[in-house]
Design a binder for this molecule. Structure first.
Ligand SMILES: *[C@@H]1O[C@H](CO)[C@@H](O)[C@H](O)[C@H]1NC(C)=O
Ligand SMILES: *[C@@H]1O[C@H](CO)[C@@H](O)[C@H](O)[C@H]1NC(C)=O
Ligand SMILES: *[C@@H]1O[C@H](CO)[C@@H](O)[C@H](O)[C@H]1NC(C)=O
Length: 447
């Protein structure tokens, strides 16, 4: 009896001991996994930065930011599951990745010049989580409305929150952007800001999450100027035709430019991008502003290469091609220009600051294209155009051009096929921008 008691006692203590060891091992393993996934996430965030070459954010974000992003964006169960899947993938990769690769990525946050694209190609399995925090600084007559519509549609389909203006479509322009121009939601957290605003670094950084991607779009300055002139009826503002204006721009500008104009008739792009009116002719200030913008913006798109820009955008945001499909809205914006050589030349001289801005960002744009792989990009541009055509065929009943702007510029409006009236993608694709903004407002505020 005594013997049996002792044996069972022994077995019992042995069992307890084994349990304790097992539990300890399990906890230890979990800790290690967690540590690794944290490291890996940092590597990953940094890596994405090195592609888009931003110097705006710290190379390694504190983990808090990442978590905040997940809470803000990924409230839905499906997204949480997706995030978990991504994390498992990251952990799996951590175990198979060679340390040298990680170092390479961590150390290389300096940008394009040191990027080894061969190396990147071979290691770019690149798992990524779609980015939802986007500030799109709209510029005038650059194809911005098409881009805005794409962002509204994505936001609607993913239930994202938008920083909307109190009324109208204008977030305080021509004043510099200030967070008080936003119609506040309950928690005052916003994924996207896509309305007209004049860029102000402080204002944006207060209103938007830390990990926001800053994007904007620029266009060849003389074409943009002509477009502005027509759309906003500057014949009336300056009592002059465009060739007249361009033959003596300083005279007309000095005489008639309203101090509170929303669209500037001198370097309109730099004005939208936050440069003060009194510095729009100051070389030093212009250079400094371009340098700052280069740091703050993760992608500057180019109207002349709109579809190429969209491919870089979807890559930056880890979206799919279907997320950036569109129906062309502004008929004029993509038309060939009819400026004569002299007018074009003097408009470029008058808007020398915007020319400098354009040249700078056209160059960074093409560097990004080459980094991405030009052939791959062109292939995807082709796919995008095909998808746009397919969507048009399956969603659109017909189109009409309607007047817009002060001189009645024609823009295209699309009508939805009745059979697709329940298909959200089609519905959102065919809505005009004001209607899209209205839909977002109803979702956020119930009216
Ligand atoms: C890039 O990386 C690859 C793979 O490590 C290497 O073979 C190649 O020589 C590198 N190229 C340059 C230009 O450094
Ligand atoms: C933009 O840069 C590319 C590459 O350097 C150049 O070929 C192109 O002419 C530039 N585009 C414009 C409109 O200046
Ligand atoms: C909506 O229409 C598009 C275009 O035809 C199609 O690709 C998509 O699958 C449709 N969505 C739904 C939910 O039916």
């Amino acid at each position: 009896m005594n013997f049996i008691n002792r044996i069972s006692g022994l077995i019992l203590s042995l069992l307890i001991l084994i349990c304790v060891i097992l539990i300890y091992l399990k906890i230890d393993k979990r800790m290690k996994l967690k540590k690794l996934s944290v490291q890996r996430e940092r590597v990953f965030v940094d890596y994405s930065d090195s592609i888009v070459v931003t110097k705006f954010r710290a190379p390694v974000l504190p983990l808090d930011d990442l978590e905040e992003e997940e809470i803000v964006n990924d409230g839905k169960q499906a997204d949480l599951e997706e995030a978990a899947k991504q994390r498992r993938l990251l952990i799996a990769q951590t175990f198979s990745a060679k340390p040298a690769e990680q170092n390479y990525r961590i150390s290389d946050n300096s940008g394009l010049t040191t990027e080894n694209s061969t190396h990147r190609m071979t290691t770019s399995v690149k798992p990524c989580t779609p980015k939802h925090n986007v500030a799109f600084l709209r510029t005038h007559k650059t194809g911005s409305s098409t881009l805005q519509a794409i962002l509204y549609r994505y936001g609607e389909l993913h239930d994202l929150s938008f920083a909307l203006p109190e009324k109208g479509s204008n977030l305080g322009s021509p004043r510099l952007f200030h967070p008080r121009f936003i119609r506040p939601t309950k928690n005052k957290k916003y994924n996207m800001l896509v309305g007209h605003a004049r860029y102000d670094k402080w204002g944006f950084s207060v209103a938007m999450p830390r990990n926001t991607q800053y994007i904007t779009i620029i266009r060849e300055p003389s074409d943009q100027f002509e477009s502005l002139y027509k759309y906003y009826n500057w014949y009336e503002r300056f009592q002059a035709s465009l060739p007249e204006f361009s033959s003596n721009p300083f005279f007309y500008y000095k005489k008639s430019e309203p101090s509170d104009a929303i669209e500037s008739a001198l370097n309109p792009n730099l004005f939208d991008l936050g440069l003060d009116k009194k510095f729009l002719n100051d070389r030093q200030s212009i250079s400094e502003q371009i340098e700052k913008l280069d740091k703050d913006f993760t992608l500057v798109m180019v109207t002349e290469y709109f579809d190429e820009s969209l491919i870089l955008l979807k890559d930056l945001l880890c979206w799919s091609i279907d997320d950036v499909t569109y129906l062309a809205k502004n008929v004029r914006s993509m038309e060939g220009r009819n400026l004569n050589k002299d007018t074009r030349q003097s408009l470029r001289m008058w808007n020398a600051g915007d020319v400098k801005l354009y040249e700078h960002f056209n160059e960074t744009f093409w560097r990004k294209v080459h980094l991405y792989g030009k052939d791959k990009l062109m292939e995807e541009v082709k796919t995008l155009r095909e998808r746009n055509e397919e969507l048009k065929l399956s969603c659109v009943e017909g189109s009409a051009s309607v007047s817009q702007g002060k001189t009645g510029t024609r823009v295209k409006r699309y009508s939805l096929k009745v059979s697709q009236s329940q298909n959200d993608t089609c519905v959102l694709l065919t809505l005009a921008n004001e209607a899209l903004q209205g839909r977002v407002a109803r979702r956020q505020f119930g009216n």
